[in-house]
Design a protein around this ligand. Structure first.
Ligand SMILES: Cc1cc2nc3c(=O)[nH]c(=O)nc-3n(C[C@H](O)[C@H](O)[C@H](O)COP(=O)(O)O)c2cc1C
Length: 206
């Protein structure tokens, strides 16, 4: 049994190109193996709570008591979704050269010292199981090719996932989406080709 955790963070929800491409990936996973489960985390339809004083204090405390447990309930739920899955699929827009605020909040809930990573003299060591992970990044401008814009999203999300133990990460870009229909078509074709090359999609998919 495989379980994919699908995290998506576009304000356009199901209309976002990244969401639609993710659906193709999920359909392909099911076609390959009917014994596949899905955990979906829609960060816009069900926004996470802002970080509270209790949450920040709980992270700093070594005494895990009842009140601290309560402060960590939402974080525990999100971490358990990562623990119950062995695949990760993230569809995210680029906002201001980095991850959107909704995805940053998810990160702040799941990257927890002594829970998903430990800090040691050698640096931070992730405690979660590594798994094949695909990140679909949608951007209005260009991230690759001639004259690309700065990209803080890719190195940041790579470091964040590495921190909690996830190292097998494949980034695919839907870029230039602000330049009209021909550019969107081209971005869609290029992203599909990249996914086929990575064996995440197959040629037979419609
Ligand atoms: C607040 C905000 C900030 C954005 N910042 C960037 C940016 O830094 N670089 C870029 O290429 N596009 C930027 N965009 C454009 C989005 O990345 C683009 O519209 C993308 O298609 C959104 O993908 P989605 O449909 O999955 O939400 C920004 C859009 C918004 C709403």
């Amino acid at each position: 049994m495989h379980n994919t955790l699908f995290v998506h963070a576009s304000p356009h929800g199901k209309h976002a190109l990244g969401y639609r491409l993710a659906q193709k990936i999920l359909a392909k996973e099911t076609a390959r193996n009917s014994n596949v489960g899905l955990i979906e985390r829609d960060l816009l339809a069900a926004p996470l709570s802002p970080l509270t004083h209790r949450y920040a204090s709980a992270l700093a405390s070594h005494n895990i008591g009842d009140s601290i447990d309560a402060a960590l309930t939402e974080s525990e739920q999100l971490i358990s979704e990562l623990e119950q899955s062995d695949r990760l699929l993230i569809a995210t827009p680029m906002h201001n050269f980095s991850v959107p605020a909704a995805l940053k909040l998810w990160i702040d809930h799941v990257v927890r010292v002594n829970r998903t990573f430990i800090a040691s003299a050698e640096g931070k060591q992730g405690l979660l199981q590594d798994r094949p992970s695909t990140v679909l990044v949608s951007a209005g401008g260009m991230l690759q090719g001639d004259n690309p814009q700065p990209d803080f999203l890719t190195p940041y999300l790579t470091l964040i996932l590495n921190t909690i133990g996830i190292r097998n990460i494949h980034f695919v870009y839907l870029q230039g989406l602000a330049f009209g229909e021909p550019a969107i078509d081209k971005a869609w074709q290029q992203a599909q080709a990249a996914l086929i090359e990575a064996d995440v999609l197959t040629n037979e998919m419609p």
